[in-house]
Design a protein around this ligand. Structure first.
Ligand code: BGP
Length: 480
């Protein structure tokens, strides 16, 4: 029976906007995430178009990878990482997204990071855009709604591809690109929030604007995938989807159809375009229902066909159920998306329902549909951790969560899925994307940083650190 391949890419995932900090160091410009305040599970973070004195902006310092990269990479190496998922902060390279020339100091930072990784034989996996659109592009073009942003993005990619061509092989174009199908995605992913100020859950539901923005992201992604394939044949280019697995709430055919529709619109729509190279047939009816008219330019369809990805990556945290009855809907919280609670599952302290078998199910569904290699590039448990007086952190709940998910990944491999690797989210504590909290921790490594902005940023190994090291050492065999 099959198991994880010998060259399985074990590692961990981060993103610059939640990890790097140094938000204005060495010429870096502000990104959308730098304009978001802190928040919590019960009080949503806010977007502020102008900087408010006395307000905390957690991404600005985050957990300071910028000044701790050597120490952090050494910790990753100690766990035996084969791959390190990170993102390049667009505004470190092009502070407003529109400069004619890149910012050399920003470029040098990533040279140092990639060289450090190389020293330990760790492969970088780079997300090109992970919730880091330059805020200047939000103000000037309403983010990705403006077609001009395609050229800004392509120039940014040309720059980093050329510079890091010998250092980076694996690239993902947009993090959780399908978050743009939801109102929340208009903030972090699309940046279509010009002039918007207020709590993130009050952002207007502007489908016409979001789907136009998504079209521009599809074209941008396809253009740079095509460029990479032509100019840098050693590159492997991937998409990245937020996979929010859905089950019908009952066997009532109304629920089944509702679930199918939601699976398509939420989970499949963007990858159908990025993997197959054209808009799926069901999208026409969806656009009609919501009066969405996507403006395409001549040549766009051709580009989409030419720029399909080599591998499929996704985040997986949870599942929910779908009901045709609006009264039953929206009882479970989730990774940017809600749904109906599943009575068979338990949930995290943030209400995200824990469903390891849902990962096996999703891997099988995705592989059946596309037949290209898959990678789970985010998965994990956001939890409150207790720092003991002796400096230890006993996170058995996290080990348990990950153990169960890894077991189900192995089942999926036995089912025949071609799985390349696994990078659990926030392998070191970072700021939460949805709430802006520090208290929601995912890491194997604890960072002394707290919700009020205090903390000396010291790093400590949690129990899960030693556990994951053994998992990697044994290629997933020893999960005790
Ligand atoms: C995904 C994002 C990550 C990460 C993760 C966990 O949506 O790609 O950036 O933050 O979710 O979410 P949160 O931080 O809200 O717990």
């Amino acid at each position: 029976m099959k198991t994880f391949r010998e060259d399985f890419l074990w590692g961990g995932a981060t993103a610059a906007n939640q990890y790097e900090g140094a938000w204005d160091a060495d010429g870096k410009g502000p990104s959308i995430s730098d304009m978001c305040t802190n928040g919590s599970h019960t009080s949503p973070k806010r977007v502020t178009p102008v900087f408010e004195e006395g307000t905390l902006y957690p991404s600005r310092e985050a957990t300071d990878f910028y000044h701790h990269y050597k120490e952090d990479i050494a910790l990753a190496a100690e766990m035996g990482f084969k791959v390190f998922r990170m993102s390049i902060n667009w505004t470190r390279i092009y502070p407003t997204g529109m400069e004619p020339e890149p910012n050399e100091a920003g470029m040098e930072f990533y040279d140092r990071v990639f060289d450090e990784l190389k020293g330990y034989g760790i492969e970088p996996l780079v997300t090109i855009s992970h919730y880091e659109i330059p805020y200047a592009l939000v103000e000037k073009y309403n983010g990705w709604y403006g077609r001009e942003v395609i050229d800004c993005f392509v120039r940014y990619c040309e720059t980093i591809f050329e510079r890091y061509q010998d250092k980076v092989k694996y690239w993902l174009t947009f993090n959780e690109i399908n978050s743009g199908t939801m109102p929340m995605g208009s903030i972090l992913s699309l940046g279509t929030v010009k002039g918007f100020s207020g709590p993130v859950n009050t952002v207007p539901d502007e489908k016409q604007i979001r789907y136009q923005g998504l079209h521009h992201q599809f074209v941008a992604s396809a253009k740079v995938v095509k460029l990479a394939h032509e100019k840098y044949p050693q590159f492997k280019m991937g998409n990245m989807t937020l996979f929010a697995t859905k089950y019908p709430n009952t066997c009532n055919p109304d629920d089944i159809l509702r679930c199918q529709k939601e699976m398509r619109n939420m989970n499949w729509f963007t990858s159908d375009v990025q993997v197959r190279g054209y808009y799926p047939s069901y999208s026409e009816r969806f656009f009609e229902e919501y009066d969405i008219v996507v403006r395409k330019e001549e040549g766009d369809d051709e580009i989409l066909r030419q720029g399909t990805v080599d591998f499929f990556t996704f985040s997986y945290y949870m599942s929910t159920c779908e009901s045709a009855d609006p009264q039953i809907r929206a009882t479970a919280a989730g990774n940017l998306v809600g749904g109906v609670k599943n009575p068979y599952l338990k949930a995290s302290d943030w209400g995200w329902q824990i469903d390891p078998q849902g990962l096996r199910y999703s891997l099988n569904e995705i592989y059946d549909r596309y037949q290209i290699p898959l990678m789970v590039v985010e998965n994990g448990l956001g939890a409150y951790d207790k720092l003991e007086e002796d400096g230890s952190i006993h996170d058995s709940y996290r080990i348990d969560y990950l153990r169960q998910h890894i077991k189900q990944m192995e089942e999926a491999v036995k089912d025949g899925v071609d799985l390349m690797g696994y990078t659990p989210w926030g392998w070191i504590d970072v700021v939460s994307a949805s709430t802006g909290e520090m208290a929601k921790r995912y890491g194997f490594v604890y960072v002394n940083k707290y919700d009020d902005g205090t903390g000396d940023l010291g790093r400590r190994k949690k129990d899960s650190f030693y556990w994951y090291k053994k998992v990697i050492e044994t290629n997933g065999k020893d999960l005790r």
